[in-house]
Design a protein around this ligand. Structure first.
Ligand SMILES: Cc1cc2nc3c(=O)[nH]c(=O)nc-3n(C[C@H](O)[C@H](O)[C@H](O)COP(=O)(O)OP(=O)(O)OC[C@H]3O[C@@H](n4cnc5c(N)ncnc54)[C@H](O)[C@@H]3O)c2cc1C
Length: 471
């Protein structure tokens, strides 16, 4: 057994460089700094990534992720920062169809598949023709169900194309960024196959599923976790830089040499101040262990020189507009928000943030909305215009923008995507060949804070073991 003092010395002398300051990078930095390793993190934009707070109008709000799925890893992090008691359930989970005349989507525990084809929300969206076709599901032989793999095919076969296209596709596209045919049932809805075999029909099976508990937000925003992590890393002696992009990583002997481009900021701007304080104005840094915690594209750029063939990129570009809006009612007249009815709509979804999380402190007369626009090509002013038009059409004609922020994210593929597991296994196998390098983040862990945090903690544990016990 090594002496504790030897371990402390070994930890201190071990340098870890982390590229990317989203939740994945922050977790790895924290876990490594905890045992005394010398940790430096570079973030190309603002620390927090998709788990970051910003102020819009009078309100401090999450710019992207606003709901937390709990698992042991997330619970551990919340506990470490005394935040467990600050989880708040969403006030509403209802969703509407974003179209000329918005319609309420039926409540469903299974991505929009209705348990009752005769529910009024179902008839108003798919009409009586669609309803009778959906009802055939109850009459079809049980044996045609089998152990279905692909959600779209199952729904079309059992309940008809209208249920698939008008009720299920809006959910899968908005929540998973997938067409129903690309959704693996056992990952997205692990209970469904068993339930439908028991019930003998798809709608009957959906009826056996429990309505999931409402999503949980964090009082003050999920972004508080990233802010707390950053502060704790600093307390533990680690260094975190904003606006510092790692442009290349070269392995020389036992070390990685990184080239870093700091932001093109005027002296005195926060990014520049931060960079100079921490000495990140240097364009080169050397670390023993490299952790790439960036989004998929950033990771590919750094890995290109080291890994020959990775499967093609699967991330989705999203432009996300957060708006403080005046002239709309504070009540949740469209539940938590609306999902686009069509796959090629200019606006993919509208989230009424202050209706979903009503205890958020906010300026009076201001409602907060988050609007997701597919792609990165729309200019900021056009994106704001498209967002307020969608809000005005769905809520109130005289809705007006009081303030807005536009962010562009590269959203990772969901774990429920067909082929995801094989793809990630191939990526991980290629990267495992590179010594002293690990990759974390949503593009390998699957999209979602819970997935990313669990994977980052596990990876950090491996790094610590290797560094301290050389095994
Ligand atoms: C609009 C939206 C809503 C979401 N809602 C939810 C939700 O409610 N619940 C949930 O669980 N999940 C949600 N997610 C998903 C979740 O936020 C992400 O899966 C997770 O936060 C990803 O964390 P990450 O650290 O892997 O990536 P990121 O947060 O993207 O962090 C990666 C960072 O790496 C930086 N980077 C890239 N290249 C370089 C480089 N060369 N040098 C330095 N830095 C670099 C980037 O600037 C970025 O900040 C949402 C995502 C979006 C976009």
């Amino acid at each position: 057994m090594p002496d504790t003092r030897d371990l402390v010395d070994a930890a201190r002398s071990h340098t870890v460089g982390i590229v990317g300051g989203g939740i994945a990078g922050l977790i790895v930095a924290w876990e490594c700094a905890k045992v005394g390793m010398t940790v430096t993190l570079w973030e190309a934009a603002d620390v927090g990534g998709m788990t970051r707070l910003d102020t819009v109008g009078d309100t401090t709000v999450d710019v992207a992720a606003g709901a937390l799925t709990r698992n042991a890893a997330v619970d551990g992090v919340l506990d470490a920062f005394g935040m467990t008691g600050e989880l708040v359930p969403a006030a509403t989970t209802a969703r509407w169809l974003l179209q000329k005349t918005p319609l309420a989507l039926p409540e469903s525990p299974a991505l929009g598949v209705p348990a009752n084809p005769f529910a009024s929300e179902v008839t108003s969206i798919i009409g009586w023709g669609g309803v009778w076709r959906a009802y055939l599901d109850r009459l079809k032989p049980v044996l045609t169900i089998g152990n279905a793999e692909n959600l779209g095919e199952l729904v079309r076969e059992r309940m008809g194309a209208k249920v698939r296209d008008r009720l299920v596709a809006p959910h899968t596209r908005a929540e998973l960024r997938l067409d129903p045919d690309g959704v693996v049932i056992d990952v997205a809805l692990p209970e469904l196959n068993g339930a439908l075999t028991r019930a003998g029909s798809l709608s009957g099976g959906v009826g056996l599923l429990e309505q999931p508990a409402p999503p949980l937000g964090l009082s003050g925003g999920v972004g508080r976790i990233a802010a707390a992590l950053r502060a704790r890393i600093g307390e533990l002696g680690g260094t975190v830089y904003d606006h510092a992009r790692v442009t290349s990583a070269r392995q020389t002997g036992d070390e990685w040499t990184l080239q870093i481009a700091t932001a093109d900021a005027e002296p005195g701007e926060p990014a520049q101040r931060e960079a100079t304080q921490g000495d990140a104005a240097h364009s080169e840094a050397t670390v023993q262990h490299l952790v790439i915690a960036s989004d998929e594209r950033g990771a590919r750029e750094l890995l290109a020189a080291h890994v020959v063939a990775l499967p093609a990129e699967t991330a989705t570009e999203q432009t996300v507009v957060t708006l403080a809006v005046g002239g709309v009612p504070a009540q949740s007249i469209r539940g938590a928000g609306l999902y686009a009815a069509e796959g090629d709509a200019a606006v993919a979804r509208v989230d009424h943030v202050t209706a979903q999380w009503p205890n958020m402190p906010r300026g009076s007369g201001q409602e907060i909305f988050r609007v997701t626009i597919p792609g990165h090509t729309m200019a900021d002013d056009r994106a704001i215009e498209a967002s307020i038009s969608a809000i005005a059409a769905a809520y109130a004609a005289d809705a007006r923008v009081l303030d807005a922020r536009v962010e562009r994210f590269l959203r990772a593929q969901d774990r429920a995507a067909s082929g995801h597991a094989d793809r990630v296994a191939t990526i991980r196998a290629s990267i495992a060949k590179l010594p002293q390098l690990d990759v974390v983040g949503a593009w390998v862990a699957g999209d979602g804070v819970a997935e990313v945090v669990a994977d980052a903690i596990q990876t950090a544990e491996t790094i610590r073991r290797r560094a301290l016990f050389a095994g």
